[in-house]
Design a protein around this ligand. Structure first.
Ligand code: SF4
Ligand code: SF4
Length: 204
């Protein structure tokens, strides 16, 4: 959460930092597998958030480092979000430092909230075959376990997808080899999605 660069720019120009902007140009997510290797190991200071503050405005209660909880304002914004910028940015809690909404894009789920509505900002980067296999494996993990996952929140769904993707790696690779010829990755994913049946079709 938080975007130092945009915040600094807003402070320098004296302008309010746009609270709720989805960029006109999509931002590349970076490699999903590289991302997963780093996930949870250290605070992620490198989310290219730009001017987005969706997760600071999504009504989340924020666990602070001292064990207290920061409750959102009535409009869903964090009380530390002032004039469109995090007023404690340099000292923001680990909860915020670790938050990275790209997890939903990689897992193929979309929270039905403010953050979910901003995921269209990302351009899913999957040029390498291994990345494509990983992304499709996540979706297969969700698809094959749709019944047991009913009612889980998107955070738990994404965790499940990452933890179980390895079980579906071979199937994903075979599907991509079979259907990927002559298609872009997105076309292949759309083609495969049309073949899925299930109560909760994954977002691919
Ligand atoms: S919703 Fe995502 S892109 Fe937007 S500020 Fe939060 S982590 Fe960054
Ligand atoms: S403390 Fe509040 S405003 Fe600052 S990054 Fe976290 S959620 Fe956003």
């Amino acid at each position: 959460m938080g975007q130092a660069k945009a915040r600094r720019a807003a402070a320098e120009t004296g302008r309010a930092w746009p609270r709720d902007q989805v960029p006109a140009t999509k931002v590349p997510t970076g490699s999903p597998r590289d991302w997963l290797r780093n996930e949870g190991r250290k605070p992620n200071e490198n989310v290219p958030c730009g001017t987005c503050t969706a997760c600071c405005s999504a009504g989340y209660a924020i666990a602070m480092d001292d064990g207290t909880t920061l409750k959102p304002r009535a409009d869903g914004t964090c009380p530390k979000l002032i004039d469109g910028a995090c007023s404690i940015y340099e000292d923001r809690p680990l909860t915020c430092r670790r938050y990275d909404c790209r997890r939903y894009v990689f897992a193929g789920v979309s929270p039905d909230d403010h953050v979910g509505r901003h995921l269209s900002r990302w351009d899913l980067t999957a040029d390498k075959f291994e990345d494509q296999v990983f992304l499709l494996s996540c979706r297969l993990a969700l698809q094959h376990n749709v019944t047991s996952l009913a009612g889980k929140c998107e955070n738990d769904l994404s965790k499940f997808a990452f933890q179980n993707a390895g079980r579906y790696k071979e199937e994903a690779a075979a599907l991509l080899r079979e259907h990927g010829k002559g298609r872009t990755f997105n076309e292949t994913m759309n083609f495969i999605r049309r073949g899925f049946q299930g109560a909760r079709a994954p977002t691919i």
